[in-house]
Write a protein that binds this ligand. Structure first.
Ligand SMILES: *[C@@H]1O[C@H](CO)[C@@H](O)[C@H](O)[C@H]1NC(C)=O
Ligand SMILES: *[C@@H]1O[C@H](CO)[C@@H](O)[C@H](O)[C@H]1NC(C)=O
Ligand SMILES: *[C@@H]1O[C@H](CO)[C@@H](O)[C@H](O)[C@H]1NC(C)=O
Ligand SMILES: *[C@@H]1O[C@H](CO)[C@@H](O)[C@H](O)[C@H]1NC(C)=O
Ligand SMILES: *[C@@H]1O[C@H](CO)[C@@H](O)[C@H](O)[C@H]1NC(C)=O
Ligand SMILES: *[C@@H]1O[C@H](CO)[C@@H](O)[C@H](O)[C@H]1NC(C)=O
Length: 523
């Protein structure tokens, strides 16, 4: 006992020293932690006084790891759009700048972005953009997008959302550090996807919870940004402000890699359910060929199109491909448009980069090849609300676009039960071609008795009774008052001209199928 006590007595001074040492160390550690926390807070405050600073912590948001993996070297420059700070902090080597911009005026409504009618003088409303020269060498643009509960219910026709999406796109191409083969990224934080018209699902590299990381093709975004900000102005060169963007659009196209080889582009049409439109499709192919087009002609047909019809279509110039038709989930049973979603199969033609879809009741009057320069979605207005007519569309095939549409078609309603209503929800941000690119042959002005269509029209859409059902020089729509609004001598003559000038061996095909009508309810 005594010896233990005397040992303890002997060691007591060392023990005191030891305790004192521990105390000092602990305190200094606590002090250091507190100090660095204060520093951190100070730094965070500085961030938003003068927008730029370095933030150092250890915790990274997951999207940051995805981006950092690809941008191994140097500092990572991050621009924030529509958010003041990141919820989680990013570590060393990240430089964050908040992008300042004025929100678009509340008086600007969707109907200003896509008015019912416009002319070549129309201009899109002013949408404020940041001062791009204030932001340099961004590697990542992070933006907060809409926080809605239901993102599945179709188009989010919201002007502010478009502004945010466009600001990100502009920052990527104007302020992005894209030289040296270094990628730039767009990160969206929010419950809904960004606009897939700009940020394609093919470019999505990572997604988790409410964060989406895109690695977009900058050339494609540049093309999009040369077009008007909505369907409020015609695409170049059709507007009075369109010559310069048109030249740039073509320059860009010449630079893209595919241009070196044969560009993978084609006209495409779809036949399904009945053989009603066989003759229409024969004339369509011939009309395109007569304009000396150099593009491929692709026709998708379901099993209801007979082998004999396929042979005729091939002789007329189409390369044919069998498809399974797709039921329109919102059409009535046996309605004229019950299977019109079959059109969506064109997105599966991945051997092409770009397609111009043309409905089989249309005729091409002037060469359209140069308009393959437009991106998805470019179309002409439908003379009805803010919608486009799905009779002629520029689309970019993609499996993930197709699969997304297959998923959404059950929840996104179509106003008319057909593909047009659905596509207008899916691609609510579209680029407007003038009416002469898809001239809907319907005349509503009661003072217009001539129903004249100028010969400079690019493509005519034969609404009403189809010309192939009317085997005479006179348009049969004149024979019935109900159809007078669709009647046009000049349009009918245009169609007859192609019919007469096509190779003689094709005419019998057109004649055999001319009366294979089932239910002529189509419009
Ligand atoms: C931001 O503020 C800090 C501290 O006031 C200063 O050192 C730094 O130079 C400022 N940066 C810019 C870009 O103004
Ligand atoms: C693009 O290339 C084509 C032929 O390759 C040429 O005819 C055209 O002038 C070029 N356009 C521009 C804007 O450079
Ligand atoms: C098309 O096929 C469906 C069944 O697959 C059939 O009910 C319909 O009658 C066919 N229509 C024609 C015009 O052959
Ligand atoms: C198509 O090419 C032929 C032969 O070169 C030419 O005679 C004809 O005028 C061209 N047609 C059009 C619409 O350019
Ligand atoms: C309709 O098409 C078939 C070939 O599928 C053909 O045999 C028939 O003669 C055509 N015409 C009419 C009026 O049914
Ligand atoms: C839908 O398909 C039917 C049958 O093929 C056709 O008559 C009609 O024109 C199509 N409508 C649209 C809007 O594509």
């Amino acid at each position: 006992m005594a010896s233990i006590f005397s040992k303890w007595k002997r060691h007591f001074p060392f023990f005191i020293l030891y305790v004192a040492f521990i105390f000092l160390i602990t305190n200094s550690v606590i002090f250091t932690i507190n100090y660095s926390k204060q520093q951190q807070q100070q730094q965070d405050e500085v961030v938003f006084q003068n927008t730029t600073t370095y933030v150092r912590t250890l915790k990274n948001p997951e999207w940051f790891k995805v981006v950092a993996r690809e941008l191994k070297d140097e500092t990572i420059n991050i621009g924030l759009v529509n958010m003041d700070r990141l919820k989680e902090e990013v570590h060393a080597n990240a430089k964050i700048v908040k992008v300042h911009f004025d929100p678009v005026g509340e008086d600007i409504k969707w109907s200003d972005m896509a008015p019912e009618r416009i002319d070549e003088n129309s201009k899109c409303p002013y949408i404020p953009m940041p001062r791009f020269e204030d932001y340099h060498d961004l590697d990542v643009v992070v933006a907060k997008v809409s926080q809605r509960k239901h993102c599945e219910d179709g188009g989010l026709r919201d002007v502010f959302s478009v502004q945010v999406n466009l600001i990100v796109a502009n920052l990527l191409v104007r302020s992005g550090r894209s030289g040296k083969n270094r990628p730039v990224f767009a990160v969206f934080v929010g419950s809904c996807d960004p606009m897939w018209e700009i940020y394609r699902c093919d470019d999505l590299v990572w997604k988790k919870g409410n964060s989406f990381v895109y690695k977009p093709d900058l050339n494609r975004i540049k093309e999009l940004l040369l077009l008007p900000m909505g369907a409020c102005q015609f695409v170049p060169p059709f507007s009075n402000h369109g010559e310069e963007p048109w030249r740039k659009l073509n320059q860009l196209k010449n630079q893209t890699k595919h241009h070196l080889h044969h560009p993978r582009e084609a006209y495409v049409t779809v036949l399904h359910t009945s053989e009603d439109y066989i003759c229409g499709a024969i004339i369509l192919a011939q009309s395109i060929i007569q304009t000396n087009s150099t593009k491929d002609l692709i026709l998708l047909a379901d099993d209801n199109i007979s082998g004999q019809a396929i042979k005729a279509l091939q002789e007329a110039g189409w390369k044919t491909k069998r498809i399974k038709r797709i039921h329109s989930p919102f059409s009535r049973k046996d309605a004229y448009n019950e299977w019109n979603y079959s059109k969506l199969r064109i997105w599966q033609l991945k051997q092409y980069d770009k397609l111009m879809f043309i409905e089989a009741d249309m005729l091409v009057n002037r060469n359209l090849d140069k308009f393959f320069v437009y991106p998805q979605m470019t179309a002409a207005g439908n003379y009805e609300h803010h919608l486009f007519n799905s009779g002629l569309m520029l689309v970019e095939p993609s499996d993930c676009t197709f699969n997304t549409m297959m998923k959404k078609m059950m929840v996104v309603e179509s106003y008319n039960g057909g593909d047009q209503g659905f596509l207008n929800e899916m691609f609510f941000w579209w680029h407007r071609l003038p009416a002469q690119m898809n001239y809907l042959k319907v005349f509503v002005n009661p003072d217009d008795h001539l129903h004249w269509i100028n010969n400079d029209v690019y493509a005519v859409h034969y609404t009403g009774l189809k010309p192939w059902k009317c085997h005479k020089e006179r348009d049969c729509n004149w024979d019935d008052v109900k159809f007078h609004r669709y009647a046009s001598h000049s349009a009918h003559r245009m169609w007859r001209k192609v019919y007469r000038s096509m190779p003689k061996k094709l005419r019998p095909y057109c004649d055999i199928f001319k009366n294979n009508a089932t239910s002529p309810k189509g419009h």
